[in-house]
Ligand binder design. Structure first.
Ligand SMILES: *[C@@H]1O[C@H](CO)[C@@H](O)[C@H](O)[C@H]1NC(C)=O
Ligand SMILES: *[C@@H]1O[C@H](CO)[C@@H](O)[C@H](O)[C@H]1NC(C)=O
Ligand SMILES: *[C@@H]1O[C@H](CO)[C@@H](O)[C@H](O)[C@H]1NC(C)=O
Length: 239
């Protein structure tokens, strides 16, 4: 049986809706979403993205061994294909990797100071990963761990940046940027690292064992397909 809502019920429902709206659009969650700048670090600053180039998006945790192992073959492929393939790295600091969040923040700190130093720092963090997690860090304070990341960052960016890096960790902007990275990954449905998207599509089940040969197998047909499309277009133009 359908009961016509009385006046009081309608007002109650309206009040509930307004409360819900306040909850959803409250400034606490909205002050940095959407961000002013799209998330991600562009490899070799190949910013000339266009729809003719292949875009690889890698979701990495700087303290994840599988992310570390997947980087050299991907880097090799990027160098071989040159400007036809671009890479954007997004960070997903995983809660079960100790200190992954502060490691990710270190990358945002350095990226803001000198974006050319971002990937060298990522490589250094990959190399030194073991010193940042596990039993040996259990008794270390947050401050001393952060100091370790400041040291790693200045190793890459130069010792003259020591104070700037330290201040970077004290700047809420870099905290927001790291949160945005996390939220961005979550919004793309990424729940582990490494995850790879190629031209917007998740690579099907390649796992972490994606080696150089696999990358070639993925990219070669795309490059070929692209050439064919272009040829067809020019043919069409001349006919
Ligand atoms: C930025 O970092 C790159 C790579 O580490 C370095 O070659 C360059 O000199 C740095 N630029 C500045 C302004 O420090
Ligand atoms: C951490 O502290 C506990 C208690 O003081 C000690 O038993 C343990 O050996 C320490 N671990 C390391 C890795 O220093
Ligand atoms: C961090 O910033 C706060 C205020 O925002 C300031 O009181 C504090 O001294 C700063 N710490 C460092 C290490 O710069």
């Amino acid at each position: 049986m359908v009961v016509a809502p009385n006046h009081a019920t309608v007002i109650l429902i309206l009040q509930l809706l307004i409360a819900l709206q306040v909850l959803i659009f409250s400034p606490a969650g909205a002050d940095y979403i959407p961000p002013a700048k799209t998330d991600g670090f562009v490899y070799l600053n190949r910013r000339s993205f266009n729809f003719d180039s292949i875009l690889i998006e890698a979701f990495y945790d700087p303290l994840c061994p599988d992310s570390r192992d997947s980087w050299p073959p991907l880097k090799q492929a990027l160098h071989d294909y040159g400007s036809g393939v671009s890479l954007v790295v997004h960070l997903l600091p995983l809660p079960y990797h100790d200190n992954a969040y502060v490691a990710s923040r270190a990358l945002h700190v350095v990226n803001a100071l000198n974006s050319s130093a971002t990937f060298p720092l990522l490589e250094l963090l990959f190399k030194d990963q073991e010193k940042f997690y596990g039993a040996q860090t259990r008794n270390l304070s947050r401050a001393s761990i952060q100091e370790e990341f400041v040291k790693s960052a200045t190793e890459v960016i130069g010792s003259s940046f020591y104070t700037s890096v330290k201040n970077g960790f004290n700047d809420s902007k870099t905290d927001h940027q790291t949160r945005i990275s996390f939220k961005y990954a979550a919004s793309r449905g990424v729940y582990g690292t490494p995850f790879f998207y190629v031209n917007g599509f998740l690579l099907p089940d390649v796992g972490d064992s994606i080696d150089y040969k696999t990358w070639k197998k993925i990219i070669d047909p795309l490059v070929g397909a692209e050439k064919n499309v272009k040829n067809e277009e020019s043919l069409h133009f001349f006919l």
